[in-house]
Design a protein around this ligand. Structure first.
Ligand SMILES: C[S@@+](CC[C@H](N)C(=O)[O-])C[C@H]1O[C@@H](n2cnc3c(N)ncnc32)[C@H](O)[C@@H]1O
Length: 316
């Protein structure tokens, strides 16, 4: 059932970080996200010590750089967006004097001294689309002390079978409804391919749209940037077998993730936890009822890591 793969995506919008983050509203949403902010505040308080040299990769409004500076760190705050002028102004108005702001892409930045902590929030809705893995491992290799660390460094990616709430569900066109009018020929792959939009297999939702998770969650993928040297070490092919614990209709597999700072501080974008500003991508599957004890098996290949639209998900 590999038909719900993305097709012909080249025409579609590529990720444009400086344009996307030049918009004040996205920064307002990130600052308003208490789940996110609480975790960063806690982790910075626990992990950053006076005298530490910190690089804040992608400083945005400067919020993380300022929190680190208040811990007594010397901070290099970098961003490739001209929005960094806002961060510079915020720091000046809030008496944060120990921060050097540089408008630069991380790939072109080398601080004048070795680094204790690379602080970042390079976390996209689909986890990888800000090129977090390659950017952070590049900066780590070139600047981090052997004793240094990336904060946050560990992540878990989930793809969980879900039933949506009825009002958020968009049934496939061939499902029997519509006053008995028959659309069933469109269930045929060749017919469907003539009409479907490249984004057809996916929809972008918030946790509010989810009625239930059908299984007890298990990460499809785990990785720790503090243990990795090269993006090639990241697993790109996942096979999962999941047992249904809550009977229901599977409408698709929902992407969310956990961000792990240390043993005590983490947060997740799960639909059954407190809502964050991150959205969830639903990999739609044909609606199917599952009983408790049934299994859901899927294969996922993440060849093009930074574009989840190009990931290939196959129910097996
Ligand atoms: C998700 S925002 C986080 C902003 C801020 N750190 C916060 O937590 O509110 C990511 C920021 O990283 C910047 N950015 C992304 N990739 C970058 C790179 N490779 N080098 C420099 N800045 C980058 C973007 O312009 C954006 O401002």
């Amino acid at each position: 059932m590999a038909w719900f793969r993305g097709v012909g995506l080249a025409r579609f919008r590529r990720y444009r970080p400086s344009r996307d983050f030049g918009n004040l509203y996205i920064h307002e949403r990130m600052l308003a996200d208490e789940v996110r902010m609480r975790a960063y505040r806690e982790a910075i308080a626990a992990q950053i010590r006076p005298g530490d040299v910190v690089v804040d990769l992608g400083t945005g409004t400067g919020i993380l750089a300022i929190l680190a500076e208040r811990r007594g760190a010397r901070v290099y705050a970098i961003d490739h967006s001209p929005f960094i002028d806002v961060a510079r102004e915020v720091a000046a108005r809030n008496g944060a004097r120990n921060i050097v702001f540089v408008e630069v892409n991380s790939r072109a930045f080398t601080p004048p001294e070795p680094v204790d902590v690379i602080l970042h929030e390079q976390i996209g809705d689909d986890l990888f689309e800000e090129d977090m893995v390659a950017n952070l491992l590049d900066l780590k290799r070139r600047t981090l002390k052997d004793t240094g660390r990336i904060l946050p460094g560990a992540f878990e990616l989930f793809l969980e079978p879900v039933q949506l709430k009825e009002e958020f569900r968009v049934p496939h066109i061939w499902e029997p409804r519509h006053d008995g009018i028959d659309f069933s020929f469109l269930a045929d792959r060749r017919e469907l391919d003539r009409y479907r939009h490249p984004g057809y297999p996916y929809s972008i939702l918030g946790g509010w749209a989810v009625d239930r998770l059908l299984c007890d969650p298990e990460p499809a993928l785990r990785f720790d940037l503090n243990r990795m040297r090269d993006p090639g070490e990241l697993q790109r092919a996942v096979r999962a077998t999941r047992t249904v614990t809550r009977a229901g209709r599977m409408d698709g597999l929902l992407l969310y993730f956990t961000v792990i700072f240390d043993e005590t501080t983490r947060f997740e974008t799960s639909p059954v936890q407190t809502r964050t500003h991150w959205t969830n991508r639903l990999f739609r599957t044909p609606a199917r009822a599952y009983a408790a004890g049934d299994t859901v098996r899927y294969r996922l290949s993440l060849d093009e890591l930074t574009s989840a639209r190009r990931w290939e998900l196959t129910l097996v």
